[in-house]
Ligand binder design. Structure first.
Ligand code: CTP
Length: 432
């Protein structure tokens, strides 16, 4: 007996998705699968974005062909993934279309630790119900150009609602990171969140800590670099998700955190100009409301031994704030420099007053850029010269972490943090 409801099939005349807007490589893949006797569907974010008239980031295909069968159809392909194998089909210009076999369940919803190999593949209905959100669970097929909807995703796209597929409590208990996906898509699309989904997000937010730190970190950076970081900030503050990810937020008041959306709004503005800020800058912006309140950052000493000690305390306190995000030591050092230098740069009323000695410091360009970002968020002029050592200019996607391998730290920079005597305080100014 089929336990799944019948899907709603939306004919071509009743939906806005046109083949003209579908990537040619993805169409080729679908036609070749069909000609090979298999089913082929455009799935996930591609269907969602096309339905909304947006440009999809990528076009993923699902089929009833098994990975080995897919490989035989496409010479220019390779298989990736261990548990759920995925075939990447390569096209000219480094263009990749990913093809997966329809799955019976999400790996996070499985009861068994190890799923027998012959049990991973599923029907179209199973594949729809294993997905996270109704708006991400639609299929577009090329036989009759219909959209196939098992979960009410089309209604939710029309109404602008983000809703988890299935029982929201159960889905979030199985994979708490889904709550970050709920918030991400609501922020990105400007959608509201279905009340039952929202209640579940609130009820299960603490379970995020059961997930691997590196997964939380990667999801968070994806949100910060996705172009809707400002709206994301409002939602993670309102849902309490940020209190879980960065524990210091739990004791901050609304007044303390009020400007976080503005701070991250600057990130969104730069993103539109294809400037992706490095990890340490994004984290320093997130930590600023906490540092201002809990470390009294804006009244911190700005020179001499006291400044050095403050910076050391700040560095130690950062460990507790970033303990769930698996952030490297080197990045924590860089965050410390950015935050600790802020009261110093702020202490001069005009650029003309910055001492030459300060300008010569290796960290000065970064400290100044960070100051400009913060000023912009506070209503100042748009930050012009952004000079972080690893600003990354990417294409529209822009989600890659800017740093693929740890950079070697220059001696000068290490001293700036570690050796107050040689530098005359962390900011390189002598006392008095
Ligand atoms: N998916 C899911 N659960 C997850 C991750 C992904 O169900 N935890 C499914 C969704 O159907 C999603 C698709 O896999 O649409 C692709 O996932 P991903 O690329 O992470 O997100 P998109 O929805 O495509 O959004 P975008 O790529 O635009 O960020």
């Amino acid at each position: 007996m089929n336990e799944f409801p019948e899907p709603e099939i939306i004919p071509r005349a009743f939906h806005p998705i046109s083949r003209e807007n579908i990537d040619r490589g993805a169409l080729k893949v679908m036609y070749r699968l069909r000609d090979g006797g298999f089913s082929a569907y455009l799935v996930g974010g591609g269907v969602r974005d096309l339905y909304l008239g947006r440009t999809p980031k990528d076009f993923d295909i699902s089929t009833d062909a098994r990975p080995g069968e897919i490989r035989k159809l496409f010479r220019n392909s390779r298989t990736i993934g261990r548990r759920f194998r995925l075939v990447q089909v390569f096209f000219r210009g480094n263009h990749i279309v990913e093809v997966s076999t329809l799955r019976s369940a999400s790996e996070y919803d499985l009861d068994d630790e190890v799923l027998p190999a012959n049990n991973t593949f599923g029907t179209l209905a199973e594949d729809a119900f294993r997905r996270d959100l109704t708006i991400n669970a639609l299929f577009y097929e090329i036989e009759n150009f219909t959209v196939i909807d098992y979960t009410g995703g089309v209604r939710d796209l029309r109404d602008g609602v983000v809703r988890l597929v299935g029982d929201p409590d159960r889905r979030l208990i199985r994979d708490p990171v889904r709550s970050m996906r709920v918030v991400r898509h609501a922020a990105r699309l400007g959608f509201s969140i279905d009340p039952a989904t929202w209640e579940a997000v609130l009820a299960h937010r603490d379970k995020l800590l059961l997930c691997p730190d590196s997964r939380l970190r990667d999801e968070m950076f994806k949100d910060l670099r996705g172009g809707s970081a400002s709206e994301w900030a409002r939602l993670v503050l309102r849902s309490g998700i940020l209190d879980v990810l960065v524990p210091g937020y739990a004791v901050l008041s609304d007044a303390d955190t009020r400007d976080l959306p503005d701070l991250l709004g600057v990130v969104d503005r730069l993103r539109k100009k294809d400037v992706t800020l490095p990890d340490h800058v994004l984290l320093a912006l997130i930590l600023l409301p906490w540092a201002r309140r809990s470390m009294d950052l804006y009244r911190a000493p700005v020179r001499g031994q006291e400044a050095f000690l403050f910076s050391r305390n700040l560095r130690a306190a950062l460990d507790a704030q970033l303990c769930h995000l698996n952030i490297s030591r080197a990045i924590k050092e860089e965050i410390t420099v950015l935050l600790a230098s802020l009261p110093m740069v702020r202490s001069f009323s005009s650029e003309k007053d910055w001492p030459r000695k300060l300008r010569r410091k290796s960290y000065f360009p970064e400290a100044l850029s960070f100051f400009h970002l913060v000023e912009e968020a506070c209503g100042g002029p748009p930050a012009r010269e952004i000079s972080f050592r690893s600003p990354v200019r990417t294409g529209a996607g822009g989600e890659r972490s800017p740093r693929s391998r740890p950079r070697r730290r220059s001696r000068g920079r290490r001293r700036a943090v570690d050796s107050p005597r040689k530098q005359g305080g962390i900011f390189g100014l002598k006392e008095g």
